[in-house]
Design a protein around this ligand. Structure first.
Ligand code: HSE
Length: 395
């Protein structure tokens, strides 16, 4: 029997409990041993829970119990998750997490401690909810240099964009629904302003390059400014609007990354990814394009990835599964202003269209709407900054 502890009994933690309890025999067969939940840590009381004796508010109960081999950290946030994770790894316990903020911030250190202690720090659920993407990047795609990542990485914003623009919901109603369904972060600004997608882009970029990519260095824009007018004009020229986490990695390993709303061609597979679904489109030098698609948030989809990590952890107790993710090169990031994009522009400044050699799509009231050819961000901003609203087009 392998004892495990769950830290945090919120949406994901209760999902992990539910999956482990649903078919323990099937899971034991896959894990090679019975998985027993010995503790659940939460600051709240669960007096009505049928297994209320499992609950503790004292993390030391778990840390000091040598029989606990796997700790499931699904609390979210940096503190106390960082201290709990670090001390568990140092105590020789494997840690499984869905906490993208923690992985994106302290991943380098925690992965290194796991290596030193011959245990594992697994984080499949940190990107794409239930979609297998971390293990494929580490294992199945290991023969490839990853050249491009384009992902719809945040279920809440994709849900909001889909509800607003396909079903006519208001932003507020769509966000409330996403919160009620357990998709949104505690502070939904993390979703809406792109920070959650940014951390996930940083995790994928770190795995793709083998070097820590700091999310603080990824330019990030959210979806608050996207309007129905943008969506209608985009539709007219064969595009939809999606929040995309993107990273291009050049032959020298330099990363050009951006998290922002993008016009996505209806011919691009990402354009059909709706509601809470996420998708990650990767380009490897040998494989070419490959896409991973599934539910990017929610209780059971996310818990499904967590439990898969628990099973892998059970099969590899005291054996570190190597992850290449070392400290950053100081100059790993390319200058964002050197990136090139085509732009979709709306402006009242009619001279801008000619200045940017724009191709007009139409006009609305005082505004002209046009697209540009591909140009360097720095050249675009030099002419257009503060004179228009713009959305970059995904090539
Ligand atoms: N708030 C996140 C999302 C949860 O909406 O995608 C899953 O990471």
């Amino acid at each position: 029997m392998i004892n495990i502890a769950i830290l945090g009994f919120g949406t994901v933690g209760s999902g992990v409990y539910e999956i482990l309890k649903k078919s323990p025999d099937a899971i034991a067969k896959k894990a090679g041993d019975v998985l027993n939940i010995k503790y659940i840590l939460d600051i709240r009381d669960f007096d009505d829970h049928p297994e209320r004796e499992l609950f503790t508010k004292d993390y030391n109960d778990i840390l000091n119990d040598e029989s606990v081999k796997i700790v499931v950290e699904v609390m979210g946030g940096l503190n106390p998750a960082y201290d709990f994770t670090k001390s568990a790894l140092l105590a020789g316990k494997t840690v499984v997490t869905s906490n993208k903020e923690l992985v994106a911030t302290h991943g380098t250190e925690l992965i290194e401690i796991a290596k030193e202690k011959s245990v594992n720090y697994f984080f499949e659920a940190s990107v794409g909810g239930g979609i297998p993407i971390i293990r494929p990047l580490n294992q199945c795609l290991a023969a490839n240099e990853i050249q491009e990542i384009n992902g719809i990485l945040n279920g809440t914003t994709n849900y909001i964009l889909t509800k607003m623009f396909s079903e006519g919901s208001t932003f507020e109603d769509a966000l409330s629904e996403a919160q009620a369904l357990g998709y949104a972060e505690r502070n939904p600004s993390a979703d809406v302003d792109g920070h959650d997608a940014c951390r996930k882009t940083a995790i994928l970029s770190s795995l793709a390059t083998g070097k820590f990519v700091d999310y603080n260095n990824i330019p990030t824009e959210g979806i608050r400014n996207i309007s129905t007018t943008d969506v209608l004009f985009a539709d007219k020229i064969g595009y939809v609007i999606k929040l995309i986490g993107a990273a291009n990695i050049d032959a020298n390993g330099k990363v050009s990354a951006l998290v922002a709303p993008r016009l996505v061609s209806k011919e691009n597979q990402l354009s059909d990814v709706n509601s809470v679904f996420n998708a990650i489109l990767l380009k490897g030098d040998s494989l070419g394009d490959v896409m991973f698609y599934g539910r990017g948030a929610g209780k059971l989809p996310t818990a499904s990835a967590v439990v898969a990590d628990v099973i892998d952890g059970a099969k590899h107790l005291n054996v570190n599964k190597w992850v290449i993710w070392s400290a950053a090169d100081s100059d790993i990031m390319a200058n964002p202003e050197d990136a090139t994009y085509k732009y979709f522009v709306r402006t009242q400044d009619k001279s801008l269209k000619d200045a940017l050699s724009g191709k007009e799509i139409g006009s609305l009231g005082d505004e002209v709407v046009f697209t540009t050819e591909e140009m360097k961000e720095k050249d675009f901003l030099l002419v257009a900054k503060d004179k228009c609203s713009f959305i970059r087009i995904l090539a």
